[in-house]
Design a protein around this ligand. Structure first.
Ligand SMILES: *Cc1c(COP(=O)(O)O)cnc(C)c1O
Length: 333
């Protein structure tokens, strides 16, 4: 796994810290909980997409592009980080936003990530849920090219084999950090959505024979669908880095019991988890991804799922900008 073979631009503050959460660990009374602070990647309030964009943006520039075309949910963290990266690199940014949540509040439509998309000057187009975004992005790219520009499409979440390299890199970084301080990681837990994060991590962990089981906690799809999506991308990523066959189907595990009514719809357990971490550790988690994943982690610790483990690392994928979009839907009592 020699990642310097792949084009890369520097966007993230790396390595991100690996921090112990003594108060949360004491409160849960189980294994010690650590967070890998990918909410601190540094670009426009941080988050996991920044690592992926280091590789995706470099590939776009190498292809001669002057404009990025990408897609996300209306409050997408990926779109916000892409819009910021495009500014930093002097590229145009065409954004397709999907209205996935019914009856959005005023905050949802105006604040949070979408406010920042506007701040970064992205050209925003809005679409109904269920739009064929592959076709829609091709149309936008054709428009850009027709106007004399040169478009490059980055898929939702930057979740292809190029973006996933960012999380292969994160796996290397995390294992190095643990080795330096003599920490034995028994489990790694992450939110999983468009799949690139989990796919990159599992490829990196397996590629270096780290023997650290990885659990994805889903935020949208049912678990069989989520696992299959992650597995397919992990296989492509493993081929791409020259480690074909590194990932087996059984290495990919996703628990999707904490989605609630659907993507982006708050749950009580998410709300409790976000408040708990704020008040015990001064940390910000988000309602759509990291908060639901955290609710899953807390519930699974309570159920003894990790019994026998000493140390669990939770990958904090970021997303706090979305808190402001959910201001009126959080119960702060
Ligand atoms: C996109 C995102 C995820 C999920 O990562 P994928 O690579 O899409 O699976 C998790 N947390 C946050 C905050 C995100 O923005």
């Amino acid at each position: 796994m020699h990642l310097s073979r792949f084009p890369r631009v520097s966007l993230a503050h790396l390595p991100t810290p690996l921090e112990h959460l003594p108060r949360l660990s004491g409160h849960l009374g189980g294994p010690q909980i650590w967070v890998k602070r990918d909410d601190c990647t540094g670009l426009a309030s941080g988050g996991n997409k920044t690592r992926k964009l280091e590789f995706s943006m470099a590939a776009a520039i190498e292809s001669g592009a002057d404009t990025i075309v990408t897609v996300g949910a209306y409050q997408s963290n990926h779109v916000r980080q892409t819009a910021a990266a495009a500014c930093k690199l002097g590229l145009g940014c065409e954004v397709l936003l999907e209205h996935r949540v019914d009856k959005p509040t005023e905050d949802y439509l105006k604040s949070g990530n979408v406010l920042l998309d506007h701040l970064f000057g992205a050209n925003i187009r809005e679409y109904p849920a269920g739009t064929d975004f592959d076709a829609a992005m091709e149309e936008v790219a054709a428009d850009v090219n027709g106007g004399g520009g040169r478009a490059c499409i980055i898929p939702g979440g930057a979740s292809n084999r190029i973006g996933a390299l960012g999380y292969v890199n994160c796996a290397l970084e995390l294992v190095n950090q643990a080795n330096e301080r003599g920490l034995i990681i028994d489990h790694l837990v992450t939110a999983t959505g468009s799949a690139g994060t989990q796919a990159g991590l599992v490829t990196g962990l397996k590629g270096m024979n780290a023997n650290i089981p990885l659990l994805g906690i889903g935020v949208s799809a049912p678990s069989d669908e989520q696992e299959q999506k992650v597995y397919e991308l992990a296989c492509e990523t493993a081929d791409y880095i020259g480690a074909p066959g590194a990932v087996e189907r059984g290495d990919v595990v996703a628990n999707c019991d904490y989605v609630g009514e659907g993507y982006g719809i708050p749950t009580d357990a998410m709300n409790d988890a976000v408040l708990l971490l704020a008040r015990l550790e001064g940390l910000l988690f988000d309602p759509v991804y990291s908060g639901k994943a955290l609710a899953g982690l807390i519930d699974l610790v309570g159920k003894g799922h990790f019994d026998g483990a000493k140390n669990i690392v939770f990958l904090h994928t970021g997303g706090s900008a979305a808190l402001f979009a959910y201001a009126s839907q959080l119960n702060l009592e």
